[in-house]
Design a protein around this ligand. Structure first.
Ligand SMILES: Cc1cc2nc3c(=O)[nH]c(=O)nc-3n(C[C@H](O)[C@H](O)[C@H](O)COP(=O)(O)O)c2cc1C
Length: 432
């Protein structure tokens, strides 16, 4: 491309590239405190205005808002950044501006993100605007160590490529809040995370999320199996894709459903419906998995998988069962409706391990004494005096002490770890 071509009809971003070549780019990262809490709409408006202005100034970056704090990464031509920073400094919606990093840069970290918003929770108003959803770990990290903010914000840029403009989502066969909710989650929260992880792992071309996001959302909330299978074939294009789905899609989606409920953004019924749809998605996924052949003579532990009696959310059990089956094990999954029914199961057959789970969505802290009792009764009724008890579900994944508190031998932080955790538990018992 000749110099003349470049000077004709440049848009802001092409101009910015030229500035980069000339080495006049800089990046500024700051944090500040909101004067009063921003509603979803306030935040949406703020970002919209910022994006429009930034486009004219060739500014790119990311703004994170959480718990009354702003963290913003701005990058672009030095004079433009200075101009926008002046506006930002005099904005009365925030105060206590602290510069965390201010330096010249040769390349943009955020490609052509005019100013992407990162915020927790799934805010329906932002749906379709490609909100980046930070993890609680990332949020805790920058709250405790603001100096880490530049690195954490830069990490979000691994969601590479042009932010896709999402078309309005089509209505899947499931209408109503559960359908809308799941679509919202998949599009705004889960898929960007999947893409980020894949990008981090593979560092290849960006995954085109818009098409697949819509298709996957439809899979989860709809009943169109042919579309679902087509999508799953694409997802399975790399070895271990199913594993990615467990870790990056199903369990986080379940937790997010619980967060939405916690934030009063959906009903308990929505959560249950959403979990049901995830379960259906797993069925489809597993039809595609080739069961490994276990050589004859290899001893596989006998495992009973049950949700805590009274637990209506079965997804943790289903995921654990599928993870074990995919590893060639043959677990038995049951749904005892009382401690007595579980005791009968324990007394009827020999089990090396009991896998007991609580909701993947709700924390259920108040249930811990109840789980303690269930485990004690199950051990008492078990034919195997060295029964290994592993627990799963949101509370155990988030609080590493909860497992010991209820008298379990171990907890499964994710369904994928179930086999390993059980094997370790059995090995530890055998050594005793
Ligand atoms: C935390 C925070 C971040 C902001 N980021 C930007 C930004 O990146 N770009 C921008 O133009 N305005 C940003 N603004 C808004 C500006 O302060 C200002 O309101 C906006 O540029 C409109 O200015 P105008 O009323 O002079 O057109 C931000 C405001 C706040 C509170």
């Amino acid at each position: 491309m000749s110099q003349t071509d470049r000077s004709n009809g440049l848009d802001g971003f092409q101009a910015a590239n030229i500035a980069a070549e000339a080495g006049r780019l800089c990046s500024v990262v700051y944090r500040s405190r909101a004067v009063s809490a921003l509603s979803d709409f306030d935040l949406y408006r703020l970002v919209q205005v910022a994006q429009a202005r930034n486009a004219t100034e060739s500014i790119t970056g990311l703004m994170l808002y959480d718990d009354g704090r702003f963290y913003q990464w701005l990058e672009g031509p030095v004079e433009s950044v200075a101009r926008i920073m002046r506006l930002i400094r005099s904005d009365r919606r925030h105060t206590d501006i602290e510069i965390l990093s201010d330096k010249p840069t040769a390349v943009r970290q955020f490609g052509d993100w005019k100013m992407r918003l990162a915020t927790r929770g799934v805010r329906s108003i932002h749906s379709g605007h490609n909100v980046v959803v930070p993890s609680s770990l990332e949020l805790e990290d920058i709250r405790a160590h603001p100096e880490h903010a530049p690195a954490v914000l830069a990490g979000f840029s691994s969601i590479v490529g042009t932010p896709p403009v999402l078309e309005p989502l089509s209505n899947g066969p499931l209408k109503g809040p559960a359908g809308a909710l799941l679509k919202d989650i998949i599009v705004t929260a889960v898929l960007p995370e999947m893409v980020a992880r894949r990008a981090a792992v593979e560092r290849t071309t960006p995954w085109p999320i818009d098409q697949r996001a819509r298709a996957l959302a439809d899979l989860l909330v709809g009943a169109d199996n042919s579309a679902a299978l087509e999508l799953l074939h694409t997802l399975q294009d790399s070895e271990g894709a199913i594993r990615h789905l467990y870790e990056t899609l199903l369990e986080p989606t379940a937790r997010r459903l619980g967060d939405l409920w916690g934030a009063d953004l959906c009903s308990e019924l929505d959560v249950s419906l959403g979990l049901g749809h995830l379960q259906r998605a797993i069925r489809v996924l597993n039809e595609e998995v080739l069961q490994p052949t276990i050589p004859k003579g290899v001893y596989l532990p006998a495992v009973l998988i049950v949700p805590e009696p009274g637990e209506v959310h079965m997804l943790s059990s289903v995921l654990d069962s599928d993870a074990l089956q995919n590893a060639g094990w043959d677990p038995l999954m049951e749904f005892p409706d009382s401690d007595e029914a579980l005791q009968d199961l324990m007394a009827d057959s020999w089990f090396d391990a009991l896998d007991l789970s609580l909701s993947p969505s709700f924390r259920r802290e108040a249930w811990l004494p109840r789980v303690t009792k269930t485990i004690a009764l199950a051990r008492h009724a078990s034919r195997n005096p060295a029964l290994v008890v592993v627990v799963g579900g949101r509370i155990f994944a988030e609080d590493s002490h909860a497992g010991a508190q209820v008298g379990a031998d171990a907890f499964t932080p994710t369904a994928l770890a179930t086999g390993k955790v059980i094997e370790k538990g059995i090995a530890a018992r055998t050594r005793k």
